[in-house]
Design a protein around this ligand. Structure first.
Ligand code: DGL
Length: 271
């Protein structure tokens, strides 16, 4: 038993790293569906089916709480899974809400009506599927009024990161920032709406300039998870060990994860 952290591939490791730093004693099972990454170019139904199967697998393995550390999966599957009903004692959480609460200066779980907030012009960088879903704008509209969001679908960035081609990833980020700036010359804030993108955070910040506040999810999700577990201590699980599971090539995925987290990570093959 542990808390499950799910992503299409390696991006959720940015969330895992922040959660581990915030909650060092919390046992975690990381599940990367690397065999099917990237999700961001898949149809909604496909992302829903893959996400749902992985989350059910984690629940069956004893992870009572699963965090979708993937915006694409959160956009396509979270609401639908919650509405379909989760098994008794199980929970699934996503990554949008903590980010939007930070952007709109709200405390965790503040469900008061939408109001004006300081930030007016927001750039959203996300996968094509997340941008197409408009899930970010929908969640934002529940909490804030008068915020202009310009979204940039960052094709190719997740593939380059999954392949370990950081030079290509960097070039793509710069060109996506240029494309965004043509639509919104002066964003006040930028949201990195994909858990792979914190691996490129310095490149985003450099291309956007220091006057743009860049929001990325890892620390925000870790803080809200800590808060959630304080209110629901029974969801922590009783396991003690971290495990890393992938549907992809375990050796290759371990090498990439080791490179990203700068410590030895050993994945096992999903059964
Ligand atoms: N990390 C996933 C996200 O946050 C990447 C999606 C993908 O596989 O394209 O959206």
């Amino acid at each position: 038993m542990a808390v499950g952290i799910f992503d299409s591939g390696l991006g959720g490791l940015t969330v895992l790293k922040a959660v581990h730093a915030r909650l060092p004693d919390l046992p975690l099972v990381y599940y990367g569906d690397n065999a099917h990454a990237p999700y961001g170019v898949r149809a909604t139904q496909d992302v829903y089916d893959l996400t749902s199967a992985a989350v059910h697998g984690l629940w069956e393995q004893g992870c009572d709480l699963v965090v979708l550390a993937c915006n694409t999966a959160s956009a396509a599957a979270l609401r639908r899974m919650q509405e379909a009903g989760v098994p008794p004692g199980k929970r699934v959480l996503g990554v949008f809400v903590p980010l939007i609460e930070a952007l709109t200066e709200r405390q965790w779980g503040d469900n008061s009506p939408p109001r004006e907030v300081a930030v007016k012009h927001v750039a959203l960088f996300a996968t094509p599927a997340t941008v197409a879903s408009r899930a970010f704008q929908r969640e934002l509209a529940f909490r804030a009024i008068g915020v202009d969001v310009e979204a940039q679908a960052c094709g190719g960035v997740v593939d380059a990161i999954e392949e370990g081609d950081m030079i290509l990833a960097e070039a793509l980020v710069r060109s996506h920032v240029d494309a965004l700036r043509r639509k919104m010359p002066q964003p006040q804030a930028a949201v990195l709406g994909c858990t792979h993108y914190p691996l490129m955070q310095e490149v985003f910040q450099g291309a956007l300039g220091s006057d743009v506040q860049v929001f990325s999810q890892a620390d925000l999700v870790a803080d809200s998870l800590a808060d959630y577990l304080e209110r629901h201590p029974g969801m922590t699980g009783a396991g003690a060990e971290h495990r890393f599971v992938t549907t992809g090539d375990a050796r290759r995925v371990s090498d990439r994860a080791t490179q990203f987290l700068r410590r030895r990570i050993t994945f096992e093959a999903a059964t």
